[in-house]
Design a protein around this ligand. Structure first.
Ligand code: NAP
Length: 463
């Protein structure tokens, strides 16, 4: 009995730490603290669970801990920061697989292995949710991983009647689920439902292009959370119910926020096949790209009153965050006002730029969100685009036929001068041409972002 109190107390403490952790994650300044308290919460919950009197042998638990720990360590060592979305997709797949397997084993234990075994309608409902959400998240997340890793093409895979097939499949699985609540003993139907859910995960993600993967990932996060909450109901575990619900809803809120940042609806993301080859994307780009040298740009920067840095995915691949801060310091030393404009979907994961710039000790007070910086663009002498492309594409604002029409952008083209740091004529994530690069007030400084920034810092010192 006392052991049970201790377990429940550890769950309560873990839940408080999770909520505290989520609160910390709401701001870049407190995010690290938030992560640490959530991790501590997880440790407390695991230790509490290990005290359970029903555990008669720890061997398999230790084997599981070792395998899980090794996979986690390998992922953190060999998967670079730039592959963070893939890492997250794999983590979701593993979490959901755990929930799914617990559901299947609970069903097997109570129904298949027991002669005349049955479960209550409540427990069957929880088990059904658990395996439905869990299984579709496993295959959906694995396919998201494959697409993000570019092991298959990232463009949407579409075919005639796709949405009807997907909806029919889901409805069939849901009908079986409802039937099982009335008669849980139909084990064949249970396994058919599991198989349909696995298949549905693949079919759900197939028509979604890589550009929409972040939204899919946070939706999968939400499903994995709901599967864990259902697991909690199925096996009577409070901390799973609380953690799963927190995970489920925060994932859902994040998906909605990301859709807002891209000016899209969740249904459009899921069923719109965004990024598929489109025949009419409006007028083509006009003008020529103008190449500029580091020395000329350095003079522009040194004599500017305000410079705005706009980092994107290229800053992450070049690992140029420290070089950005160094250039900013040289400019500030010369009396230039330096600001950083952060687009919500710059890079490849939410908060990507914030994480990198925080690592380089850029002060939070210098970071400006899209709504804050856009009104300042006209008063900006030079906007320096560092490996960003889609998030500064004026077509999103000016061309209603563009596939990214309506996505909010950082309006660098309104600044007096724009300098774009990129290696060559490579496209951004959406694969679209960017008219910004052809505008008369834009200069292209070609080269790896890190080396271009170091050259600029040196040249500014001598300007
Ligand atoms: P982007 O549109 O993908 O463009 C990145 C640019 O960086 C490329 O045009 C590339 O041009 C350049 N680049 C690559 N490596 C470089 C290097 N070493 N040095 C200098 N430049 C380099 O990036 P973005 O503007 O940040 O936009 C993000 C896109 O990703 C959006 O479409 C967004 O929807 C999507 N997305 C976002 C998330 C998220 O949650 N943040 C997740 C997944 C996808 P060159 O090849 O010519 O160098």
């Amino acid at each position: 009995m006392n052991g049970n109190y201790l377990i429940e107390f550890s769950y309560l403490l873990a839940s408080i730490l999770f909520i505290y952790g989520l609160k910390g994650l709401s701001h870049p300044k407190s995010a690290r603290r938030g992560m640490n308290s959530a991790a501590l919460g997880m440790l407390v919950a695991i230790v509490g669970t290990l005290l359970h009197h029903e555990i008669i042998d720890y061997t398999w638990i230790i084997v599981g801990l070792l395998i899980g720990g090794l996979i986690g360590a390998a992922m953190s060592i060999w998967m670079p920061m730039t592959a963070m979305p893939q890492r997250t997709a794999l983590s979701h797949a593993f979490g959901a697989l755990a929930a799914s397997l617990v559901g299947i084993s609970e069903y097997y234990q109570h129904i298949v292995a027991e002669p005349n075994g049955t479960v209550s309608a409540f427990k069957m409902t929880a088990l059904g949710f658990e395996v439905l959400f869990g299984s579709l998240t496993v295959t959906g997340s694995l396919l998201a991983f494959v697409k993000l890793q570019e092991w298959m093409r990232g463009t949407p895979v579409t075919y005639k009647g796709q949405n009807i097939i997907n909806v029919s499949l889901f409805v069939t699985a849901a009908v079986i689920f409802i039937y099982l609540i009335y008669d849980p003993t139909q084990s064949t139907l249970f396994y058919v439902m599991v198989a349909l859910s696995f298949l549905f995960g693949v079919l759900l993600v197939l028509p979604i292009g890589s550009a929409d993967m972040p939204v899919v990932m946070s939706l999968m996060n939400s499903y994995a959370g709901l599967a864990s909450a259902a697991t909690g109901f199925a096996i009577g575990n409070n901390v799973l119910i609380i953690a799963g619900t927190l995970d489920g809803f925060s994932g859902f809120i994040l998906s909605i926020l990301m859709c807002k940042a891209m000016n899209r609806s969740v249904t459009n993301v899921l069923f719109g096949a965004f990024g598929s080859v489109s025949t009419d994307t409006g007028p083509g780009v006009e003008g020529v790209m103008r190449e500029v040298g580091a020395d000329d740009v350095a003079v522009q920067l040194a004599y500017a009153r305000q410079v705005v840095f706009v980092p994107g995915y290229g800053m992450a691949t070049a690992q140029a965050q420290h070089a950005v801060r160094e250039l900013a310091e040289v400019l500030e030393h010369k009396g230039v006002n330096v600001k950083y404009a952060i687009h919500p979907v710059a890079g490849r994961m939410p908060g990507h730029m914030n994480v990198l710039l925080a690592e380089a000790n850029v002060p939070y007070s210098a970071l400006y969100e899209l709504e804050q910086i856009n009104p300042e663009m006209q008063a900006t002498d030079v906007a320096v685009v560092i490996g960003a492309n889609d998030v500064v594409n004026p077509d999103a604002r000016d061309n209603p036929k563009s596939p990214i029409a309506g996505m909010p952008i950082i309006e660098v083209d309104r600044a007096h001068n724009v300098v774009v740091l990129k290696r060559g004529k490579g496209k951004g994530f959406s694969g679209l041409e960017n008219p910004l690069f052809f505008k008369p007030n834009t200069g292209m400084l070609y080269g790896d972002a890190k080396s271009s920034l170091s050259k600029l810092a040196q040249a500014v010192q001598h300007a």
